[in-house]
Design a protein around this ligand. Structure first.
Ligand SMILES: Cc1cc2nc3c(=O)[nH]c(=O)nc-3n(C[C@H](O)[C@H](O)[C@H](O)COP(=O)(O)O)c2cc1C
Length: 334
């Protein structure tokens, strides 16, 4: 299935394997490339010295071989509180990463540097105000992050956000993200005017994901009502499975924490601290045998029926999309 997006980034099927903190790994991205989609990962998943560069080099070489029908890209958190941002951006530029997704903050520098060698930059947006800012900076497209998405979900339904972005910015491709775990989901966002979908939660329950079995099982077992939002992890609302530990620590920052994250002098450092602690909590949850579990996932857990290989997940997406498009022409039977 070709769309403007799949042609733009040179892939067979218009799905982005979404970047997922602590979940995305090299194996998943390579499997994405082998199966005709674009695999992405947050650069923050590779924080050890030399790690990110060697992963980027391996992916660049794989792409150069020309055997895969997919592609790869990175996610950069462009917020001031990300201490790795500059270093990671320089490494990505050096390794000529072909595709970037930026989230939180101002992507100006990423757009300029990526465009200097022809790479594309899509920016996470949850509303028109932020979309206008990244549009003015010259982004190549939007990732419309809707309600119910895994991670930092937006407040708006995709059925509203996608067509609104299209009507404000008709020249920019829109990728829909949030709650898409089936071909019918993909077909529905194409109908709204999106040029593809970004899929995260479905790929947590993949054989290639390196997270522990308990996390994958929780994604398969959880229902949509088990997903709650918390500001405890990063200060920004984030979706997690409502585990006993999540219930115990609560979902909102307390008054002092909220004050420190808004105050001009403490804001940057306090946010860094909250994100560091949240990262440590998430990190220990993806390791085996930990009762303090904080598992990030979106509402599409409801639709996930088992742990599968990336190849099978993509194959399901393809056959279900065909089926959904046929079903659409026989809606009078419903
Ligand atoms: C476990 C997890 C970690 C995530 N980490 C990031 C991240 O580091 N950066 C980012 O831009 N988005 C992150 N996201 C959001 C995804 O990139 C994507 O927008 C989202 O998963 C799409 O919604 P879905 O999970 O319903 O498919 C994360 C999502 C999940 C589930």
């Amino acid at each position: 299935m070709k769309t403007a997006f799949s042609s733009l980034v040179g892939i067979d099927f218009p799905i982005i394997m979404a970047p997922m903190f602590l979940v995305s790994n090299q194996k998943m991205v390579e499997a994405a490339m082998d199966n005709g989609i674009i695999g992405t990962f947050p650069t923050l998943n590779f924080r050890e010295e030399g790690e990110l560069e060697s992963v980027l080099e391996a992916l660049k070489n794989k792409a150069k071989e020309g055997k895969s029908s997919g592609s790869y890209g990175v996610n950069l958190i462009v917020q001031k509180s990300n201490p790795y941002y500059k270093k990671h951006l320089d490494l990505c530029v050096k390794q000529e990463v072909p595709f970037y997704i930026t989230s939180l903050g101002n992507p100006k520098e990423v757009i300029e540097k990526a465009h200097s060698y022809g790479a594309k930059v899509f920016c996470d947006v949850t509303n028109i105000e932020h979309a206008q800012k990244v549009y003015d900076l010259g982004c190549d497209g939007f990732i419309a992050v809707g309600a119910g998405a895994g991670g930092h979900a937006g407040p708006n339904a995709l059925q509203v956000l996608v067509p609104t972005l299209k009507s404000h910015f008709p020249d920019k491709p829109v990728i829909a993200a949030g709650g898409i775990a089936s071909g019918a989901g993909l077909a529905s966002v194409l109908a709204l005017g999106a040029t593809g979908a970004s899929v995260g939660t479905r790929f947590i329950a993949s054989q290639e994901a390196g997270v522990n079995q308990a996390y994958k099982d929780a994604v398969v077992d959880a229902k949509m009502d088990d997903i709650v939002m918390t500001t405890k992890i990063s200060g920004t609302p984030c979706t997690i499975i409502n585990t006993p530990y999540a219930k115990k620590i609560g979902y909102r920052q307390n008054a002092v924490e909220r004050f420190l994250s808004k105050n001009k002098t403490t804001k940057k450092y306090f946010k860094m601290w909250v994100q560091y602690l949240g990262m440590k909590k998430l990190e220990s949850s993806v390791m085996p045998a930990n009762y303090k579990t904080l598992w990030c996932a979106g509402q599409s857990v409801e639709l996930i029926d088992g742990v599968k290989s990336v190849a099978d997940i993509v194959a399901d997406f393809k056959s279900e999309t065909d089926e959904a498009l046929v079903n659409l022409t026989s809606y009078s039977n419903r």
